[in-house]
Design a protein around this ligand. Structure first.
Ligand code: PLP
Length: 380
């Protein structure tokens, strides 16, 4: 067997999502950003735990309607929503439409009047936020996302007929640690309440995932405590978050088999079946994807010397690098490599058709067990 396989650990996902929910104050709504991984099994696993799903396109809206027909999506977001997308959101009774520009707001209002269905919207605001201590400035720079605070205030003061502006939405950065994420949330809430006069606020996703440290997790209890104290002075406030990566990243792995091992001008290369056209995450983020090695039973082929290796796939481009590492130990032909943290922005962002290789298989289970069974098959 050389066909790579994605293994989705839905048991781990259910437990992880429940722990996130339990760490948040009851008044904080937890949405899942579908674009991180729209796999139907994952969506169905998350459905009983999260308060809803955020669709970032008309396509995701249709997908959610098929996978979870009894559950109108909580939000439609994303740049460049067409009239068709907006009309579909109104027809599907999506709870909130996140509006990206004044022009989009007016287009939506016209469609809502025509449909006789008022649209409940959040205005996406590109708000400048300074995080003291971290010397960090977010938002407030030219961006295709959201509208300026001044534009948002104009839309709030004179909303067109057909829309009800319920509040604001801000997704300003990703890779945030709990304290920074809570500080940003606080700044958005302060602006929403004091300047915009609204009490419904979605502060987006972007909670950090550290690919260099697969055992580390975003500290949800700490973030939850910070949000609880943020909510304290505002009894009316409805706060919502919409993480993606930090929910599903840990709950899938990409398993593949070593096809060739070679030395090139002193450096070891390990060539696996598949590659970044199946798992684009390391190429997209510029990191080494973490992996473990399951030695093939009875393998007699060549092995690396245990020193630094570059793990590459089957694409005819030097960019097809899954990982580089100094300390993987010896790797031989037939060994099974388990690339962890492949549950978010992985298969669904990959360029599947490049070079027309076979697509991976998809299974539900424990990746390490599947790898053990695979490697135990005598081969080579
Ligand atoms: C992508 C996105 C998210 C999810 O971000 P993660 O980094 O995956 O948590 C949330 N909100 C918006 C508006 C997004 O575009």
């Amino acid at each position: 067997m050389t066909r790579p396989v994605y293994v989705h650990d839905l048991t781990a996902l259910a437990a992880h999502a429940a722990a996130i929910r339990a760490a948040l104050p009851p008044r904080v709504e937890l949405l899942y950003a579908t674009k991180a991984n729209p796999d139907p099994g994952m969506l169905r696993t998350l459905a009983p735990v999260v308060d809803g799903f955020e669709a970032a396109s008309g396509g995701e809206l249709r997908h959610l309607g098929t996978v979870l027909p009894d559950r109108p999506p909580a939000a439609l977001a994303g740049p460049g929503k067409t009239d068709r997308d907006l009309a579909a959101a109104l027809a599907a009774r999506v709870r909130r439409i996140h509006v990206e520009s004044p022009a989009e707001l007016h287009r939506l209002a016209r469609l809502a009047r025509a449909a006789g269905t008022p649209a409940d919207v959040l205005l996406r605001v590109n708000l400048p936020v300074t995080v003291a201590g971290a010397a960090l400035v977010m938002g407030g720079a030219p961006s295709p996302f959201g509208m300026s605070p001044a534009e948002a205030l104009r839309c709030l003061r004179r909303p067109p007929d057909g829309v009800r502006v319920r509040g604001v939405h801000a997704h300003l950065a990703s890779g945030l640690d709990p304290d920074t994420a809570a500080t940003v949330a606080g700044a958005v809430v302060d602006w929403a309440v004091s300047q915009a006069g609204v009490t419904e606020v979605n502060v987006g996703g972007g909670m950090a995932v550290d690919y260099a440290d697969p055992g580390a997790r975003f500290d949800w209890p700490r973030y939850g405590q910070r949000l609880a104290s943020l909510l304290d002075p505002y009894p009316e406030l409805l706060l919502r978050i919409e993480p993606g990566r930090s929910v599903t990243a840990y709950c899938a792995a990409y398993l593949t088999e070593v096809v060739d091992v070679k030395r090139s001008f002193g450096d070891w290369f390990v060539v696996v079946a598949g590659g970044t056209h199946h798992l684009r995450t390391p190429a997209a983020k510029g990191h080494a994807q973490p992996f473990t090695v399951h030695a093939r039973a009875g393998a007699a082929g060549p092995r690396t010397d245990g020193g630094p290796v570059t793990i590459v796939g089957q694409l005819c481009t030097p960019k097809d690098v899954l990982s580089r590492t100094a300390d993987a130990g010896p790797i031989g032909v037939g060994d099974v490599l388990v690339f962890g943290m492949a549950g978010a922005y992985a298969w669904n962002i990959s360029h599947h058709d490049f070079l027309m290789h076979e697509q991976p298989e998809f299974r539900v289970g424990d990746p390490v067990r599947v790898a053990g069974q695979w490697a135990a098959q005598r081969g080579c």
